[in-house]
Design a protein around this ligand. Structure first.
Ligand code: F6R
Length: 620
């Protein structure tokens, strides 16, 4: 997770920025850099590796009075390798505009081409470098810095947080948030202003903050900030006082950790992707998935996925992805069942444990059985240093960051993305013959991932439907969830989310199975949540919806934005943006989380610590 810090005010900007970056160090990074303003020119210092490398570079370069304006960044690579050239901040040719960015600029290839056609030479392989060049182009056309910055930001597609400064207007920083992949918090004191990607970066100096929303741009000067929409309309921002106790401070603008974790999913997925896909070629290197020798040796003949709860649902989606993309057969089992059913473990088998905590006893036992019988053991894990990580030969980290809410949210999305990457990497390794067999191009499928953080951001936009549904249905005792194809496990996950945090009984079913039993439950009191996005089984889902309606049931459809037809069939529609079919579960999972959260808070339940549940289930 990249860190951003900016400062304008009377203190030594370098010291404030370095301190802030240190506070964000725990989020992980591979290089760091800082731009400060001195003598009306921008001075950039960058270094690969730890912040101490940057600090020693800065000590060598120290001269002149302490700077009062600057920006700093800890990078975790998305585009381009871990090199000093690729570290942020990035500059325009004349070195008068410096920019740092978190996120993925989806249209950077087009923008870069356009700028290269103007004769601009790029010094890095990053997507970020297009921004200072664009701002420069607009300033050369006569726009003042702020207008040029707005115009450049408006050209960016995707989910990003951007901060920039200009030597020509040295009294200000411009910060923008597009989508949800990177937050921007602005801290204020009477004579100074701080900009950061995360609250802990500025807590040593102020507790008086505002948070930028999607599509907002701030012009920050010492002790004051003005916020606008991208079209220039001013926004009246509410100030928040961050509480002093560390737990509330970590929650920032959110009421609960679960809510925070739902809303930081675009960012979590961006981190999952970092350094693993070359978005220009679509290449996913098996090595980049940290599968060690286990992965490099080749492609398993089959995979047994073992997991529990939400992680098992992610495994069911992974089965679909790995079989469809890489044509490797996958069986998915509960950790608690696998070890008691004498599984057939033959040469060439890989056992893949999926576990957020890396400590779930049943999953560990299943992995250990695989290992004892000679299978290659892999793990998809969030918690660094956990037992699952230590036991496995190869590990794909979820990189979701700490998940505090007991109910899994961001680790569900990141473990699906990990399996998508694994599927593409296996297919690419298997090469042409697999492409022929699966009729799917694993390079183009991997390139699709560049759009995912932006699509997640769109799915997280404010939507009054969740509150309306919670008001209408919080007193129901039963819910049914239906899905089909790759979205069938999302029905299971939707039911699990609802029951575990709101204590409402819920069943998840493959939609085609409804007529074999659950249909008997349907009457005019039963809400039925149907995942019916425009995919290969859309027509089938419509026919299931008709069957529910024919029995008086209430249909809440999760549908593709712009699908007017489904509005005639369903009682309520929750929209998700259109997306390639294999990525749809990453999006349809989000309404399930938001619905469950809204229902549970409406009922006054403790969403972060639901009764009888633990974050790590370390007993059988
Ligand atoms: C549901 C949930 C649990 C876990 C399960 C496995 O929201 O959190 O169902 O998914 O206990 O936990 P891990 O992934 O840590 O093995």
């Amino acid at each position: 997770m990249c860190g951003i810090i900016g400062y304008v005010g009377p203190r030594n900007a370098t010291a404030v920025i370095l301190n802030g970056l240190r506070r964000l160090e725990y989020r992980g990074y591979d290089s760091a850099g800082i731009a400060i303003l001195g003598d009306n020119s921008i001075r950039v210092t960058r270094a690969v590796g730890k912040l101490s490398n940057l600090e020693s570079r800065l000590r060598q370069a120290e001269d002149g009075p302490p700077p009062s304006v600057g920006i700093g960044h800890t990078r975790w690579a998305t585009h381009g390798g871990v090199t000093e050239h690729n570290a942020h901040p990035h500059l325009n040719d004349a070195g008068t505009i410096a920019v740092i960015q978190n996120g993925i600029i989806e249209n950077f290839i087009e923008l870069k081409g356009e700028l290269q056609a103007e004769g601009i030479r790029f010094r890095s392989e990053t997507d970020t470098e297009v921004i200072p060049h664009l701002v420069d182009l607009y300033m050369k056309a006569g726009m003042p810095f702020a207008r040029a910055a707005f115009a450049a930001i408006a050209r960016l597609q995707g989910s990003n947080a951007v901060v920039m400064m200009s030597a020509q207007e040295p009294d200000k920083l411009i910060a923008a948030r597009l989508g949800n992949a990177g937050g921007i918090v602005i801290g204020l004191n009477p004579d100074e202003t701080f900009v950061a990607s995360d609250v802990p970066g500025i807590l040593d100096y102020t507790r008086d903050v505002i948070f930028l929303e999607d599509g907002e741009v701030a012009i920050a000067q010492a002790g004051q900030v003005s916020v606008y929409r991208l079209d220039g309309a001013p926004v009246n921002k509410q100030r928040h006082a961050i509480a002093w106790d560390p737990v509330s401070a970590e929650k920032g603008e959110y009421r609960h950790f679960m809510q925070k974790e739902i809303f930081e999913q675009a960012r979590a997925v961006t981190d999952t992707l970092r350094g693993r896909v070359n978005f220009e070629t679509g290449e996913v290197a098996l090595e980049s998935l940290e599968l060690g020798t286990g992965g490099a040796e080749g492609i398993p003949a089959r995979i047994h996925t073992v997991a529990c709860g939400t992680s098992k649902h992610a495994g069911l989606i992974g089965k679909f992805l790995i079989e469809r993309i890489a044509r490797v057969p996958v069986e998915v089992d509960y950790g608690s069942e696998y070890r008691y059913r004498d599984p057939i473990i033959e040469p060439g088998l890989a056992v893949l444990g999926i576990t957020q905590s890396g400590e779930t006893a049943d999953t560990l036992a299943a992995m250990s059985l695989g290992k004892a019988r000679g299978a290659r053991v892999w793990a998809i894990v969030n918690a660094i240093g956990s037992q699952a990580e230590r036991m496995a030969e190869g590990v794909i980290h979820m990189r979701a960051g700490p998940e505090i809410g007991v109910c899994s949210t961001k680790t569900f999305l990141t473990s699906i993305v990990d399996q998508y990457l694994l599927a593409c990497a296996l297919a690419q390794r298997a090469n042409a013959q697999t492409v022929e067999r699966s009729n799917a191009d694993p390079f183009s499928l991997a390139r699709d991932l560049a759009h995912l953080p932006g699509l997640i951001g769109q799915t997280l936009k404010p939507d009054p439907i969740y509150e309306a549904l919670a008001n209408r249905f919080h007193d129901r005792r039963h819910f049914l969830f239906l899905g089909r194809g790759i979205n069938y496990p999302i029905a299971l996950e939707g039911a699990l989310k609802l029951k575990e945090i709101s204590y409402i009984h819920a069943e998840g079913y493959p939609a085609g199975e409804m007529k074999h039993g659950p249909i008997a439950l349907i009457d005019e009191t039963m809400p039925v949540v149907c995942v019916a996005v425009r995919d290969g089984v859309y027509e089938k889902m419509i026919s299931q919806i008709e069957q529910v309606k024919a029995r008086g049931g209430i249909v809440i459809a999760i549908a593709t934005e712009g699908d007017d037809f489904i509005r005639q069939k369903a009682d309520y529609v929750i929209n998700v943006p259109a997306a390639p079919e294999l990525l749809t579960p990453v999006l349809t999972a989000i309404p399930m989380q938001r619905l469950a959260y809204e229902m549970a808070t409406r009922l006054g339940c403790d969403v972060d610590q639901p009764r009888n549940l633990a974050k790590s289930v370390t007993v059988e």
